[in-house]
Write a protein that binds this ligand. Structure first.
Ligand code: SF4
Length: 354
C-alpha cells in the first residue's frame, strides 16, 4: 500500500487506515486532491461508488445496526466542505477548522458517537483552499490577537493524513500567518509525511495518551501507546511544539499507579528536544445521557463506568448537560496527575483541567 500525502507517493509502513469502501461526491473530482484520492483508490483496488451527497448514503452493507456501524467506520466519503462557518473550540483554540469528520478509531467514550449519530462514516473534504480562505478571514477579523485553530474537533486527522495530505497543507499555510496557529491532537502515529513540512513553529501537535487500563479497555483500533510516543519524539525532533492531552482521565481501581506509570514512561521515552514548551491538557471523563445509551448499545460489554448516581451533573451550554466526577474526585485526579507532571517535567505548562 502506498501513501499519497501531499501528492507524493512514497512507501510507508505508517498507512494504518485503508478504507474498505469509498464514496465520491462527483464535485470532489473537480479538485486535484479528489482526483488524487480516486487514483489511489483505483490503484489500491478499493471498491468505490459515486454518490450525489453523503446524506444519500443509506445502503451501507451489514445486517444489523452494529455491523453497519463497524462498516461505516471503515467507509470513506470524499466530498466538499460546504459550511465554511467555523465552530468555536474552547478551551483549546478559538475555532475548529474542518478538514474531516468521523474516525476509524473505536474509542468507547468518543463524543463522535453522539455528534455523528447515524452517520459515523469518515468524510474528508478536498476543497482545502476554500477552508484556508475562511481561516484567513477569521485571522484577519481577530487581528492583532492570535487566532488558534483546532483541526481535530470532529475527527482524528493524523490517521487520515496518509490519504489526504490536508494537515500538511494547513501546517504550511499557518507557517506564513504571523497571527495564525494550528493545533491538533491524535491517537495515531502516522506523522511521517509531516516531518519535513515547513511549520515555522506555528503548529502544536499533541498526542492523546492515557494509562494502560484506559488504552487497553477503551481505545480499540488506535495506535499503540509506544507508537504514539515514538511519533511524539519524531515531531519534537522536527521542531514542532509538542503537547500531550491526557483524556479522558478515568477513575478506576489502580488509577494512581496507572497515571504515575504513564508520566514516568513519557519522561523516559521523550528526547531532550521535546521538553522546551511542552504542554499538557487534562480532561476528566464525561458523558451525556444520550452518549451513555449509544455507547451501551454499540459496545455492550464495555467496562466504561457511566453510573449517573456516582457523578455530578454539569449544565451544558446547549441544554444537554454532562456527567462529570464529583468535585472531590475531580480535584484528587487533577492534583495527583499535575504533581506527577511537574515531578517529571518541571518546566511543562498545564493549559487546563476540565
Ligand atoms: Fe474518537 Fe479520537 Fe478515538 Fe477517533 S481516536 S474514535 S476521534 S477518541
Amino acid at each position: 500500500m502506498s501513501t499519497i500525502a501531499a501528492g507524493r507517493s512514497k512507501p510507508s509502513r505508517t498507512t494504518s487506515f485503508v478504507p474498505e469502501l469509498v464514496y465520491f461526491e462527483p464535485a470532489a473530482l473537480d479538485y486535484p486532491k479528489g482526483r488524487r484520492i480516486m487514483d489511489w483508490v483505483r490503484d489500491s483496488g478499493i471498491p468505490y461508488r459515486m454518490t450525489t451527497s453523503h446524506n444519500r448514503i443509506t445502503n451501507l452493507p451489514g445486517e444489523t445496526e452494529t455491523e453497519q456501524y463497524k462498516i461505516a467506520k471503515r467507509t470513506l466519503v470524499v466530498g466538499i466542505r460546504k459550511t465554511l462557518t467555523f465552530d468555536t473550540s474552547k478551551p483549546s483554540a478559538e475555532y475548529a477548522i474542518p478538514i474531516a469528520t468521523g474516525c476509524m478509531g473505536h474509542c468507547h467514550y468518543c463524543y463522535l458517537q453522539t455528534t455523528l449519530g447515524a452517520k459515523p462514516y469518515i468524510r474528508v473534504y478536498v476543497n482545502t483552499d476554500d477552508i484556508l480562505k475562511a481561516a484567513k478571514g477569521y485571522i484577519d477579523e481577530r487581528a492583532p490577537e492570535i487566532t488558534r485553530f483546532e483541526a481535530a474537533c470532529t475527527s482524528d486527522p493524523v490517521g487520515l493524513e496518509p490519504i489526504t495530505g490536508s494537515l500538511r497543507e494547513l501546517i504550511e499555510f499557518m507557517a506564513d500567518q504571523p497571527l495564525g496557529r494550528l493545533r491538533f491532537v491524535t491517537k495515531f502515529h502516522t506523522v511521517d509525511s509531516l516531518l519535513d513540512a515547513r511549520h515555522n513553529g506555528h503548529t502544536r501537535i499533541r498526542f492523546s495518551v492515557n494509562d494502560k487500563y484506559v488504552i487497553n479497555h477503551f481505545e480499540p483500533s488506535t495506535s499503540r501507546f509506544e507508537d504514539r510516543i515514538e511519533a511524539a519524539a519524531k515531531v519534537a525532533r522536527a521542531g514542532y511544539p509538542l503537547g500531550f492531552i491526557i483524556a479522558p482521565i478515568i477513575w478506576h481501581d489502580g488509577w494512581q499507579e496507572g497515571y504515575a506509570e504513564l508520566l514516568a514512561s513519557l519522561a523516559q521515552a521523550l528526547p531532550e528536544e521535546a521538553l522546551p514548551g511542552l504542554t499538557f491538557e487534562l480532561i476528566q471523563h464525561r458523558f451525556t445521557k444520550t452518549a451513555k445509551n449509544v455507547i451501551e448499545k454499540r459496545y455492550p460489554k464495555t467496562k466504561l463506568e457511566m453510573d449517573i448516581a456516582k457523578r455530578k451533573y454539569k449544565w451544558g451550554r446547549w441544554g444537554q448537560g454532562k456527567y462529570v466526577y464529583p468535585d472531590e474526585q475531580a480535584e484528587a485526579l487533577r492534583l495527583f496527575i499535575s504533581e506527577r507532571i511537574f515531578e517529571h517535567f518541571p518546566d511543562a505548562n498545564i493549559e487546563y483541567f476540565t
